[in-house]
Design a protein around this ligand. Structure first.
Ligand code: ZN
Length: 66
């Protein structure tokens, strides 16, 4: 576990919450929320405002791993 792992804001319009989830847990975190609270419907999702930035971030990560 590293402290500098980027956390991604996940917005749920139905719960009116925004939760920050670490990048490595992102998919599981969103699924867990939707499973638990929304019968598996895709309600919570990555904040659209951050999505572009995230794409950059992931692209950079991939470059580093390469
Ligand atoms: Zn929700």
């Amino acid at each position: 576990m590293s402290d500098d792992e980027p956390a991604v804001p996940v917005a749920c319009p139905e719960c009116e919450t925004t939760t920050r989830i670490p990048l490595s847990d992102l998919k599981a975190g969103i699924e867990a929320h939707n499973d638990r609270l929304h019968d598996g419907e895709e309600v919570a999702r990555i904040d659209p405002a951050i999505k572009e930035e995230l794409t950059d971030l992931v692209a950079k990560d991939l470059e580093l791993l390469d």
